[in-house]
Design a protein around this ligand. Structure first.
Ligand code: AMP
Ligand code: MG
Length: 344
């Protein structure tokens, strides 16, 4: 079994993954309530919470499943908040020593990449190699609070980044939009909930599409356009139109994501066999719906992460350590806060 640890941002998580049986257990402590009071994640506060949470989570994992079958520890070593990553890596190294097993550093983004394949493994662990091979090459979209990325996973399970955002990440656009609207933090789920009773075409927000063949994303213009829009409205009008503002704003984000993903599929010339969707924003029902529709139209399998694996979690870290050929144990593990997806 692989023991996975995750502490790159505001979730402390532990998981045990068995290649022959799947996830044997996952334990997670969220800090959302702590950071909500500050309107965003405070790194030092987050590190303090990780320090407080790792012990009890590991204790629970040991009591409920046990560590006797563990053959490797996998830990997120970047990208993320330096003091938070350091706590996870220190805990992993101590566990590696105590259990006499090697420790692998896992790129957090590779965790998100592979989270889309966790349901494929869960369905038939013994057939994973065969089933995964039939789903490659894979086009994936990672949408989170810090990243918006389109990547390719080729037949050899090697990763290439196709496009990223030129400014804000999709989640950041939703969080900043929610802040402008006075909805609170994190904004994505609040915008989604408020948007349910609104019209997607009530307001005309820019899509940040850029040049026709350009795959990169841009969301800063959208946020600015929302600011200008509500500056021209009275507080009463904003309150009355809140569902319409949310629905139209969310649609602009989702539309940009869907159109660029569609363009990437088209540029692949029919080579892609599956389309993945992961990261915190992948929780969004409208985005899941639009990408499922796109996948159907383009005749590729749709692989959205399960809701419990869209946000940060240790299950995807343990799984990536097993599934991704780039994740190898290392004696001199370093914390790399700015690690890129194509980095180790
Ligand atoms: P992550 O960075 O992967 O931890 O994901 C956090 C981001 O996901 C934040 O920007 C949230 O606003 C966003 N998010 C979470 N749930 C939803 C949702 N249902 N709809 C849109 N965005 C969401
Ligand atoms: Mg993440």
């Amino acid at each position: 079994m692989i023991l996975g640890l995750e502490s790159s941002c505001d979730e402390t998580a532990v998981a045990l993954f068995s290649p022959s049986q799947g996830l044997a257990g996952e334990w997670i402590a969220s800090q959302i309530a702590t950071h909500a009071q500050h309107g965003g994640v405070v790194p030092d506060l987050a590190a303090r919470e990780h320090l407080r949470n790792f012990g009890p989570l590991l204790q629970q994992a040991q009591a409920e499943v046990g560590f006797s079958a563990v053959t490797m520890v996998a830990v997120t070593h970047g990208p993320g908040l330096a003091p938070c990553l350091a706590l996870g890596v220190a805990a992993a190294q101590a566990l590696g020593r105590a259990l006499h097993v090697p420790v692998a550093g896992v790129n957090h983004l590779r965790g998100h990449v592979w989270s889309a394949f966790l349901p494929v493994h869960a369905e038939a662990p013994g057939e994973f190699a065969l089933r995964a091979a039939a789903l490659l090459p894979h086009l994936g979209l990672i949408v989170s609070g810090g990243n918006t990325l389109l990547f390719v996973l080729n037949r050899e399970r090697r990763l290439t980044v196709l496009a990223a955002t030129r400014d804000d990440a999709a989640g950041e656009a939703l969080d900043k939009g929610a802040k402008l609207l006075g909805l609170g933090y994190p904004g994505g789920p609040l915008i989604e909930r408020t948007a349910r009773s609104g019209r997607i075409d009530a307001f005309d927000f820019p899509r940040g599409i850029g040049a026709k063949r350009d795959l990169s994303f841009s969301f800063s213009g959208l946020k600015t356009s929302l600011r200008y829009r509500i500056e021209k409205m009275s507080p009463e009008e904003v309150a009355k139109d809140m569902p319409d503002l949310c629905a139209s704003y969310q649609e602009a984000v989702v539309d940009a994501l869907e159109r660029k993903t569609g363009l990437a599929l088209e540029q692949g010339g029919g080579a892609f066999r599956s389309l993945g969707l992961s990261g915190g924003v992948a929780n969004n029902g409208r985005l899941r719906e639009r990408l499922a529709e796109l996948a159907r139209r383009e005749r590729v399998a749709f692989l959205p992460s399960r809701p419990e694996h869209t946000g940060d979690n240790a299950g995807m870290i343990a799984f990536a350590a097993w599934a991704d050929p780039a994740c190898l144990p290392s004696a001199g593990l370093q914390v790399v806060p700015g690690l890129a997806l194509e980095g180790a």
